[in-house]
Design a protein around this ligand. Structure first.
Ligand code: C5P
Length: 232
């Protein structure tokens, strides 16, 4: 898989999701399905979007004991998604168990990427709530390195961290980066943002774009603008 734009389909129902995807007529953008849509509609939403020919990043961020994550990943692997993820905080043992669960009998498997520290966690919360006293940048890079050593394919990170992750974990270690906004767009609740063109320049492998596409007056034109800036 090469560089691509992944649309965050943060909708509450299958109906709203298909109304959105129908606007794309012949095109089949890569889509991200998160917890809200998955918990509302169950695995059938994944099967239906897959049947329509889209690639899928299933963003469920698993974090549990290794055996439970292994079994859950085996189920996700049968759903034939392209990328799934977990929390690196679940430890190396959990990440390795996840990879085992995800690997099919023929040796194939979806890509597996790790969430490092959520961008909603800042230094203060990390110290107070998690008792982690290292600088947050160091924690993020440590989690990325742990994920790479466990055999994972990449991390979800801020585009501002993508370059450093590649330097630390190698250029083939994938960086999947949300927090993307057009230069002339609204930032919404995202604080540390980057344009698709800058994310390309800094070496992001995939950008995850939600509201700049889903809330645009013309979502297809906004998607095409992302592809022009990031991929072409
Ligand atoms: O609408 P927006 O472009 O901000 O959506 C970004 C998507 O990426 C959302 O689905 C959000 O949950 C997800 N995400 C994020 N920051 C992270 C991890 C995931 O914005 N650190």
């Amino acid at each position: 898989m090469g560089k691509d734009v992944i649309i965050a389909c943060d909708f509450a129902s299958a109906e709203a999701t298909f109304a959105f995807l129908d606007k794309f007529s012949g095109k089949k953008p890569f889509v991200k399905i998160g917890m809200e849509l998955y918990y509302a509609e169950g695995p059938q939403i994944v099967r239906e979007i897959k049947k329509r020919g889209h690639k899928i990043f299933l963003d469920l961020k698993l974090h549990d004991i290794p055996n439970t994550v292994k079994k859950a990943m085996a189920v996700l692997s049968r759903l034939d998604v392209d990328i799934c993820n977990l929390h690196a905080a679940g430890t190396t043992a959990m990440m390795q168990a996840a990879l085992e669960g995800l690997t099919r009998e023929d040796g194939s498997r979806p890509l597996l990427i790790a969430v490092t520290q959520l961008t909603s966690t800042d230094q203060q919360a990390m110290e107070k709530d998690l008792l982690i006293h290292e600088p947050i940048d160091r924690v993020v890079m440590h989690y990325a390195k742990t994920a790479a050593e466990a055999g994972l394919d990449g991390v979800v990170c801020s585009p501002l961290e993508a370059q450093k992750v590649h330097e630390t974990c190698g250029k083939n270690f994938l960086t999947v980066t949300p927090g993307i906004r057009f230069a002339d767009g609204d930032k919404g609740d995202q604080k540390r943002v980057m344009t698709p063109a800058d994310a390309k320049a800094i070496g992001s492998d995939y950008i995850v774009v939600g509201r700049p596409i889903t809330a645009a007056a013309d979502p297809v034109a906004a998607y095409e603008r992302c592809v022009r800036e990031f991929v072409d």
